[in-house]
Design a protein around this ligand. Structure first.
Ligand SMILES: *Cc1c(COP(=O)(O)O)cnc(C)c1O
Length: 393
């Protein structure tokens, strides 16, 4: 047998995806203005970004970025542990620790890297990592790369998680869950999971990518909103590219945890520190997210408005109380057809298909933002009432 060509094999895989109607397509956005985007020269109202508080283009953030770039330049020049760690990184870490009620926080360049780094540092081969089936891809990848035994329980099924933990009573155990599930928008049963982890002496890790900034009186996230402490959730991770409108991520926890990550997390050690100007913009975003309670209230009102309107239209809503409001269509082609029809009506709403979501669970992932107005939501609902939502004939 001749050796297979790797790129040919990859091309075959892509061709199979295309035949199944699952080809991923890259679209270029030419310009943006708040929730408005320009694509192929056409202006569309976007309902698919994770800029939940409408901070990504806020003038205070832009100004902080510009001023820091003027004084510090663009690149950090090296990893944190060499000479890339600047005062503004330290100030941002301190602000994030204070915000989330943790002793310390550590910056990572992306959420993907944060989750890989935490799991690789905490887990060993004989350990067990118990995860919700609908967890974000990078939590799954993290456990696999760490080499621990990965067990995935049915979505939000605390009893199933309990059985998986009690099957390995002597193993080191990490239970990891999204705080808010990225494709379904529902909130994890955090209190029940925390109680389970206490009973089983397992560590609980929450990825609050979609909860930070959105939940809690000052936007502290879904963990604080559930009344849980740093003792209940010793490993808290969140990203800076969603409600905060910037980019990057952090892990917050005890000084012991953070010191350990500095020693052992390879995705922290062997990578360039985030640009200091980005840290400056993010620090400004944290301040705004804490103080602008009206953004959370406006978002809540828009969510309620959308859900009431969609229910009235008989649209296939999912039980989500958050800014992520998917419409479950099931069939991948149907989701694509609906997304294209919405684009003709002037809206950008992406179809999410397998394997990002389970087979038969394709959907329109509609996201709301404090940057939207009531009229925007009303016009989206009006278009949705005209768009075919079933299987195409
Ligand atoms: C977006 C996301 C990540 C990855 O964060 P990036 O900073 O985009 O790499 C991790 N976890 C969850 C739940 C996410 O939604």
């Amino acid at each position: 047998m001749p050796r297979p060509s790797l790129t040919e094999r990859l091309a075959q895989h892509s061709a199979e995806r295309a035949r199944a109607g699952l080809l991923r397509r890259l679209h270029t956005i030419e310009q943006t203005d708040g929730p408005w985007v320009w694509r192929n020269g056409r202006q569309l109202l976007s309902f698919c970004s994770n800029d939940y508080l409408g901070l990504a283009q806020h003038p205070v953030l832009v100004d902080a970025l510009k001023r820091a770039a003027d004084s510090d330049g663009v690149g950090s020049g090296s990893a944190h542990l060499i000479c890339g760690h600047r005062s503004v990184h330290a100030a941002l870490e301190e602000a994030l620790a204070e915000w989330t009620g943790r002793e310390r926080a550590l910056l990572f360049s992306t959420g993907y890297m944060a989750n890989l780094g935490v799991m690789q540092a905490l887990l060993q081969r004989d350990d067990v990592c118990v995860q919700d089936k609908l967890n974000h891809a990078c939590l799954i990848d993290g456990a696999q790369l760490a080499g621990a035994e990965l067990k995935r329980y049915p979505h939000a099924d605390v009893d199933a998680a309990a059985r998986q933990l009690s099957a390995r009573p002597e193993a080191g155990a990490l239970l990891a869950t999204d705080g808010v599930f990225s494709m379904d928008g529902d909130v994890a049963p955090l209190r029940e999971l925390a109680a389970l982890c206490q009973r089983e002496s397992a560590s609980l890790m929450v990825d609050d990518a979609h909860g930070l900034g959105v939940f809690g009186v000052r936007g502290e996230g879904s963990v604080a909103d559930a009344g849980l402490s740093a003792h209940d959730v010793p490993v808290l991770m969140a990203t800076l590219g969603k409600a905060l409108g910037c980019s990057g991520a952090f892990v917050a926890g005890s000084a012991e945890l953070i010191d350990g990550l500095v020693q052992s997390a390879r995705t922290y050690i062997y990578t360039t520190a985030m640009p200091p100007a980005l840290a400056a913009a993010t620090l400004a975003a944290v301040r705004l997210a804490q103080s602008d309670g009206w953004r959370r209230e406006k978002l809540r009102a828009l969510i309620a408005r959308f859900r009431a309107g969609a229910a009235q239209l008989g649209l296939p809503l999912m039980p989500s109380p958050t800014a992520i409001q998917p419409l479950l269509l099931g069939d991948a082609t149907a989701a694509l057809v609906a997304s294209e029809a919405l684009e003709r009506e002037g809206f950008l709403v992406t179809a999410i298909r397998p394997p990002t979501v389970p087979q038969g669970k394709a959907r329109l992932r509609i996201t709301l933002s404090a940057a939207h107005e009531e009229g925007d939501v009303d016009r989206l609902l009006e278009s949705l009432s005209r768009v075919p939502m079933g299987r195409p004939v």
